[in-house]
Design a protein around this ligand. Structure first.
Ligand code: SF4
Ligand code: SF4
Length: 145
């Protein structure tokens, strides 16, 4: 119950913050429960993304948290700055694409999909088939009025 209330207030203040300080983008659409975001996770490190299997296994040895994930693939698009990044699948995603620890999921899952203008500028979009999409907050027409 406490987590539900906490989540409600977090969402409320995030929404209020975005309205007041007007992010250039708004999130639209809704989740289709395809599970893709739990199977295509990227881990960022100091100078980019985790691209090396050995590095990931080292991270797993050092930090228990990373043991919740296994390598699911690799991004291949030479034009994309994420090219070569490993993707990871979370062990808590069920066969029916539901989170097995929904009420206790980590913050980055609770926040997803969040608006990160820097990534959007760099061409990052939602995963293929995702029900969410980013839209510009202020339509061009509104500047002409
Ligand atoms: S990829 Fe998008 S539609 Fe699919 S589960 Fe994640 S948020 Fe929902
Ligand atoms: S903890 Fe749940 S929501 Fe987060 S990645 Fe794993 S399955 Fe998805």
């Amino acid at each position: 119950m406490f987590l539900m209330i906490k989540k409600f207030f977090e969402d409320f203040f995030l929404c209020l913050y975005n309205k007041l300080f007007s992010s250039r983008y708004v999130l639209k659409g809704k989740c289709k429960r395809c599970g893709a975001c739990c199977r295509n996770i990227l881990f960022s490190i100091k100078d980019g993304y985790v691209k090396d299997e050995k590095l990931f296994y080292e991270m797993q040895k050092k930090y228990k948290y990373y043991r919740n994930y296994k390598i699911s693939g690799i991004l291949k698009d030479k034009k994309d700055f994420q090219n070569g990044a490993l993707t990871f699948e979370c062990k808590y995603i069920s066969d029916k694409n539901l989170c097995k620890i929904y009420w206790f999921r980590p913050k980055f899952c609770r926040d997803y999909p969040n608006i990160n203008p820097e990534l959007i500028y760099n061409g990052v979009t939602m995963l293929d088939g995702c029900g969410f999409y980013f839209d510009v907050n202020k339509k061009f027409k509104s500047y002409l009025k």
